[in-house]
Design a protein around this ligand. Sequence first.
Ligand SMILES: Nc1ncnc2c1ncn2[C@@H]1O[C@H](COP(=O)(O)OP(=O)(O)OP(=O)(O)O)[C@@H](O)[C@H]1O
Ligand SMILES: [Mg+2]
Length: 376
Amino acid sequence: MAFARTCSVALVGVEGVVVEVQADLEPGVAAFTLVGLPDKSLTESRDRVRAAVVNSGAEWPQKKLTVGLSPASVPKAGSGFDLAVACAVLGAAERIDPRVLADIVMIGELGLDGRVRPVRGILPAVLAAADAGYEQVVVPECAAAEAALVPGVSVLGVRSLRQLIAVLAEEPVPEEAPDELGRPDPLLAGLRVPGTGAATGMHSIGAAQHDVDHDLADVVGQTSARTAVEVAAAGGHHLFLEGPPGAGKTMLAERLPAVLPRLAREESLEVTAVHSVAGLLPPGKPLIDVAPYCAPHHSATMQSLVGGGPGVARPGAVSLAHRGVLFLDRACKTSGMKGLAGSAGRQCGAPRGLYGSLAACETSRARRYADGPGAP
Ligand SMILES: Nc1ncnc2c1ncn2[C@@H]1O[C@H](COP(=O)(O)OP(=O)(O)OP(=O)(O)O)[C@@H](O)[C@H]1O
Ligand SMILES: [Mg+2]
């Protein structure tokens, strides 16, 4: 029987669902069919996987090949299934022992040369695998630290399909040069598009650095405003800041994360999972353990605030501020505000969205007076 199966994970918002990847080889005209509700990028994995297998020195089976992703009812998107598909095919072709593959969860995109590339959402995917009782996961080497945050799971980080084949076949593991240092990560480059990244302040999540740079002690005077910030931090309340231009409203809001307690372990994993799905985890820092701060520009669209998009929905500013501070500067002018009230957090599956974060809004009294017809 030319059949093998292994596992991978489909993301639904920030939750993962373990997917069984089955490969079946039958005599017949060489063909490759992928079934089980794949999206366009996953359908394209047929070509990536074939090229990666051949360029890794393994033989591509010249038979009728069917790969099925189960449960078929869960929509599957993205390129993170490549590694599992390649190994299932090699298992069916008996290049790898199919029994070794059955209980391993594999997450990673394959380059045509066989290199294993990172994908968004490694942490929630590994959390889902652990919840489902799997104990072994294979991930891209650069995401191994992120995957290793999940307790009870043994993580293997690989640089290439060639290395993984060698490990699974118990052969000597070939050396692979690491990715060139300093080269921008295409994964992140694609996400930091104008309008959702730098321009909206969603890049400023480096909460640890933020903590160091912004201290409430910098604020001179403003005793009652500082007390209000402390009370909001202690009780997890929303805060509305109003005052003339230059009064220090932004300054106070920026210092709100500094007086919030460090995140508990569970909270850290939640926040890190959201950032992982957004592809915004700072390099070399797999765990976010301080309250995030997100300050979208007032021109930010509703989509960039509440998240969404085709395939795996991307978290918006509301979800990125989960367990931290969402600062809506010039809130009355924020064009996407209408969408916040009802749908916050739900579109991208964030556990609590807006309701899990402190919202600091600011408005300028002077501007309101200038705008209002009966301004005093
Ligand atoms: N209480 C204060 N202590 C120290 N510096 C202050 C204080 N208030 C204002 N500043 C200084 O003034 C600058 C402008 O403050 P900030 O941007 O917070 O004002 P704002 O109320 O947000 O103004 P706007 O309504 O124009 O947005 C700050 O960067 C800071 O240098
Ligand atoms: Mg301001």
